[in-house]
Design a protein around this ligand. Structure first.
Ligand code: FES
Length: 129
């Protein structure tokens, strides 16, 4: 590779490595909104920062299911698998689907750019609040 091509490749890598992943949230009325999803943040916090209706009553301690999201089927298999504790809470979530997850258990990493999730219109709060 010539030095010019090396510089171009290096600049491209630097730009790409600083790109903030995007996540699209689909909300109750079917409206989609793409937002920045910084690496290391959880879906729950990202949704809340943008004012989406994802309650997170237990603040991520896997006790409420109010952070239930439905992952687009094309993305579901690409995410890290749910822990058994998450599956147990999901079993009690309102409107459970085959691609349901807890938003508090999905931490954005560099492979999740373009992730699409739906926020269901209703949820169960297992804390009873
Ligand atoms: Fe309660 Fe996720 S915030 S289970």
């Amino acid at each position: 590779m010539s030095s010019g091509a090396t510089i171009v490749a290096s600049v491209f890598f630097m730009v790409e490595s600083k790109r903030v992943p995007k996540v699209t949230f689909i909300i109750g009325d079917g409206k989609a909104q793409e937002v920045d999803a910084p690496i290391g943040e959880r879906l729950l916090e990202i949704a809340q920062r943008h004012g989406f209706d994802l309650e997170g009553a237990c603040e991520g301690s896997m006790a409420c299911s109010t952070c239930h999201v439905i992952v687009d089927p094309s993305w579901f298999g690409k995410l890290p698998e749910a822990l058994e504790e998450e599956e147990d809470i999901l079993d009690l979530a309102f409107g459970l689907t085959a691609t349901s997850r807890l938003g508090c258990q999905i931490t954005i990493d560099g492979t999740m750019d373009g992730l699409v999730v739906t926020i269901p219109g209703h949820h169960n709060n297992l804390l009873g609040r």
